[in-house]
Design a protein around this ligand. Sequence first.
Ligand SMILES: Cc1[nH+]cc(COP(=O)(O)O)c(CN[C@@H](CCC(=O)O)C(=O)O)c1O
Length: 305
Amino acid sequence: TQIKAGLIWFNGRMVPQEEAKVSVLSHALHYGTSVFEGIRAYETPKGPAIFRLQEHVDRFFNSAKVLRMELPFSKEEVAEAIKEVVRQNGYKSCYIRPLAWMGARTLGVNPLPNNPAEVMVAAWEWGAYLGEEAVRKGARLVTSSWARFPANVLPGKAKVGGNYVNSALAKMEAVSAGADEALLLDEEGYVAEGSGENVFFVRGGVVYAIEHSVNLEGITRDSVIRIAKDLGYEVQVVRATRDQLYMADEMFITGTAAEVTPVAMLDWRPIGKGVAGEVTLRIRQAYLEAVTGRRPEYEHWLTYV
Ligand SMILES: Cc1[nH+]cc(COP(=O)(O)O)c(CN[C@@H](CCC(=O)O)C(=O)O)c1O
């Protein structure tokens, strides 16, 4: 079933998705030289609102900068395009995917002649990233045989298309093993992140976030740290090992797509009682209230379209 994205903002114009096409000679298609974002808009009592739009636009431009990619639009124009895609498709809530890519001026590895990049923003309705059951019962994760790439191999702080071959290989392996998601370790064997999420665990009432290290600086991770502190939990940012996760009382993963997904099992070992944890569910509830405009203290994170 093809993604139904409706109208797409394509290099400055709104076009039906059937018309939003690129050349097969696009540099990005051959070498992974694209950057993207994952953003969500949620229905609120005051209409659809985009969650932490500015932080996502800033990261989008930072990712492009890492790749020496020139975007031919300003941050304000991209932010407006993101709002337009939600508006013109009439979405109440949706998942929004900005993408910038090196086009078809030249091939050969050097991307520079393909500047300035091309840019599009698409959006579609996307439910629970790992499925409703994983949310209700807690997701099952397995440690991947693929390590998260080191910082001097690929730029993990940038959402670069090519980085996601690492995620795709890990995800395929996890799903083929009967799990819901992969846990990637770094090259020294410490906990890094999921194929598309950051990792948290709870032990003795303390909420632990994994330090940035080689991982993406998750916006959901940042929001959840704030929310957990506001709920009165002590939050520590740590470097952790897989066996610390095995010993945890609770574990959860966070991301724009995944939101706050409880983890019930890692490597076929139950985490805590082997169900979605209580602290996790409290944080998840508060996060969902925040993104749907039900917590005034987080209203500043919302951009109404
Ligand atoms: C590797 C990785 N780590 C952490 C995160 C969480 O970051 P943030 O969304 O800012 O909290 C994401 C987002 N993964 C995006 C892409 C998912 C996909 O399947 O594509 C997302 O959640 O939108 C990652 O891709």
